[in-house]
Design a protein around this ligand. Structure first.
Ligand code: NAD
Length: 267
């Protein structure tokens, strides 16, 4: 009915996203008259949508997915320091007066899931493969979390280098680079590329290199389908703890909801 408060998730394509299911289940279980709707932005004009967002009185906020995270960051009234540093937002809060505030909690979700696996970033060494939107968010959170050493790898080397340089300026105490020989020294190895998505069977790192993984490492993937990618399968067979893409997505639900003001952080 008319008073139901809404949150939205926008992206394109959008049919595959699990957020509406997860948010709506949480709202129902917690007796809240709220709902999440999915908006396929391929059918919308972005500028018109943002104007509508400002004036939409029963809308509390909006989760942002691919490919709008970067473009929207440039069009909001205020960004959190991390969203500003990353140049990308994955959640927007709409204030009562229509002001739009952006944040990016991809990295926080990743780290929350990792902590639940017993990974504590303080003093650790981490490798992040993929320096795109999600890789950058994860790398930022690892630096904030206090890692000692961070290696960022990408087939697009200038992209990985640029990220390493900007993070080095923001976190001078962390040793940040792009080079590594073996995986043996890393406490965390994360795939932040789409490689393995859709059951292609591909891996972001060669199998021979993966055999150098320490069995005490946590190995994580951002890919959500399949849930256990071939990369994670191999890591598990080597005795490593693994963290899946859906775990990261689920872990950040409370952070997204808290930013929009509809959930506690730990939901
Ligand atoms: P992106 O395109 O911005 O970045 C991907 C990067 O990976 C690119 O820089 C590319 O050069 C690099 N890359 C591709 N193949 C590589 C390889 N074999 N080795 C090294 N680098 C390689 O993409 P993005 O927005 O960062 O998203 C990445 C993935 O994260 C997507 O599959 C997305 O679905 C997933 N994702 C998951 C969650 C979650 O909660 N689990 C949240 C957001 C996004």
């Amino acid at each position: 009915h008319g008073s139901t408060e809404l949150v939205a998730i926008i992206g394109s394509p959008i049919a595959q996203v699990k957020s509406p299911e997860n948010f709506n289940a949480w709202f129902a279980e917690n007796g809240q008259d709220r709902a999440m709707i999915a908006v396929d932005m391929a059918e919308q004009d972005l500028a018109t949508f943002i104007q509508a967002l400002r004036g939409w009185k029963n809308l509390r906020g909006c989760v942002v997915t691919v490919p709008y995270k970067q473009v929207l960051a440039g069009q909001l009234d205020q960004l959190s320091p991390r969203a500003a540093a990353l140049g990308s937002v994955n959640v927007i809060r709409r204030e009562a007066n229509g002001r739009l505030l952006g944040d990016n909690v991809d990295g926080e979700g990743f780290l929350k899931a990792a902590r639940a696996h017993g990974f504590h970033p303080e003093g650790c060494r981490a490798l992040v493969v993929g320096s795109g939107g999600v890789g950058a968010a994860i790398a930022y959170s690892l630096c904030e979390g206090g890692v000692r050493q961070l290696v960022i790898a990408d087939l697009d080397q200038p992209r990985a280098q640029a990220l390493a340089e900007s993070l080095s300026r923001a976190f001078p105490q962390v040793q940040i680079g792009n080079q590594y020989e073996s995986l043996g020294d890393f406490d965390l190895v994360a795939n932040a590329t789409p490689v393995g998505m859709g059951g292609t069977g591909e891996m972001p790192l060669p199998g021979v290199l993966l055999e150098t993984l320490s069995p005490t490492a946590l190995v994580a993937d951002v890919v959500t389908s399949p849930v256990v990618t071939p990369f994670l399968e191999l890591a598990r067979s080597l005795g490593c703890r693994i963290q899946t893409g859906p775990e990261m997505a689920r872990a950040q639900m409370g952070n997204l909801g808290a930013h929009m003001g509809v959930m506690p952080q730990d939901a």
